[in-house]
Design a protein around this ligand. Structure first.
Ligand code: FAD
Length: 360
């Protein structure tokens, strides 16, 4: 028998994990009127708060396949979400543009070729004598930079984003349980999730948004899901006033795949590497900067003012991310090893459509 519309909205949904994926799902579903509980032992220390927040949407160099479709959906949804979330924090915005640079002629030719075949993406080749390239070359001691610019891609500050969603969830009185879920089971068409403090939470649906640890909660004899940890690292460099003025640099750009985010006139963040590991490396600085042949003087270890990392989950044997209904009332949203911030709206959009199959 189908649930009535009233019962449908009365359904209780437990979201396990409060990174950007869990939070965005909570945002979308609570806007639809569902009763939501989020469980996570920690609110702040996860890979979402370690992220740089670059939204590589239009710059993504594919134009078909699931990965592109998810990006396309996120590209369309981000402006609507920003407009909505601005009601809770007027500082939230996407800082544009995004710049991708390379020293490799072959890579540059690939980028230029992509641009000429996709005129509707709003991408442009940066001229060698453009102010942007000249300024970056000067500060980084480089003379062979080439690249492209996307005026429609940009960066959102992940911490501001997470905090803004928190404000909304608080206003909506969403129940937040600061506990780890250690076991889930089905009983009489309901799901029972046991927390580490032995408290049980009853719900009609569970959405697993707890990255690698989702594997600990599902029966791997029935569900063939494999995830690998992927380490992402970042360092912050702070300079003395006299050393160099970073204000001539764009706010964010990448050189040969390494991302740079200028956060102040004397501060720049550098990230991230993709290592199949769970511990940060001793030589993070070298890993992030050794691609520069003639490192400028200001870019040295003594200027590191902060350093952090995050562990993401990468699916093995299937594409990232994993958005799957495992059984009635159990949904898996994991495997966001890259671009989880970018893809969060596309993920919550998928959830909002999928949830009906679990409740009707
Ligand atoms: C250095 C770095 C730079 C990055 N840069 C970018 C970028 O520029 N752009 C971009 O789009 N993406 C970027 N990413 C990737 C992005 O951060 C991830 O894809 C995204 O954060 C994944 O979000 P998540 O919610 O799946 O996981 P997480 O943020 O890791 O959240 C998972 C949550 O689950 C909780 N949890 C685990 N087990 C349980 C349990 N049993 N019970 C309850 N809760 C549990 C954890 O405490 C955690 O809070 C970057 C990542 C890193 C590390």
């Amino acid at each position: 028998m189908k649930r009535s519309k009233k019962n449908f909205k009365n359904a209780h949904i437990l979201i396990i994990g409060s990174g950007i994926i869990g939070k965005f799902n909570a945002l979308e579903l609570s806007k639809q009127g569902f009763k939501i509980t989020i469980a996570d032992p920690q609110k702040q220390k996860n890979s979402s708060s370690a992220a740089l927040g670059l939204l590589i949407g239009k710059m993504y160099q594919k134009s078909k396949g699931r990965s592109w479709e998810l990006r396309k959906t996120s590209n369309e949804l981000w402006p609507k979400w920003i407009k909505f979330l601005k009601q809770y924090n007027s500082n939230l915005h996407i800082e544009k543009p995004l710049i991708q640079l390379t020293t490799e002629q072959k890579n540059f030719e690939k980028l230029s070729h992509f641009i000429s075949h996709h005129p509707n993406r709003g991408l442009k080749v940066l001229e060698r004598d453009s102010t942007i390239i000249q300024n970056i070359s000067k500060i980084f001691n480089m003379d062979n930079l080439k690249g492209i610019i996307s005026n429609e891609d940009g960066r959102i500050d992940p911490i501001t984003l997470l905090k803004t969603i928190n404000i909304y969830l608080k206003v909506k009185k969403i129940n937040f349980i600061k506990e780890k879920v250690i076991k889930i089971r089905k009983f009489n068409n309901q799901w029972i999730s046991t927390c580490s403090n032995k408290v049980d939470i009853k719900s009609d649906v569970i959405i697993l948004c707890n990255s690698l640890d989702a594997l600990k909660l599902i029966d791997l004899n029935f569900h063939n899901i494999k995830l690998k940890p992927v380490l992402g690292q970042a360092i912050e460099i702070s300079l003395n006033k006299e050393e160099i003025n970073l204000l001539t640099l764009p706010k964010h750009f990448s050189i040969n795949g390494t991302n740079f985010v200028r956060t102040d006139k004397n501060k720049i963040i550098i990230g991230s590497t993709d290592e199949y590991d769970i511990k940060p490396k001793e030589n993070t600085f070298e890993e992030l900067t050794d691609f520069l042949e003639n490192k400028p003087q200001w870019l040295n270890k003594n200027n590191i003012s902060d350093k952090w990392f995050g562990i993401r989950s990468r699916p093995e044997g299937e594409a990232s991310p994993i958005l799957k209904s495992l059984e009635k009332g159990l949904i898996l949203c994991t495997g966001f090893y890259k671009n989880g911030i970018l893809l969060a709206p596309a993920c919550s959009n998928w959830i909002s459509e999928e949830i009906e199959n679990h409740l009707l």
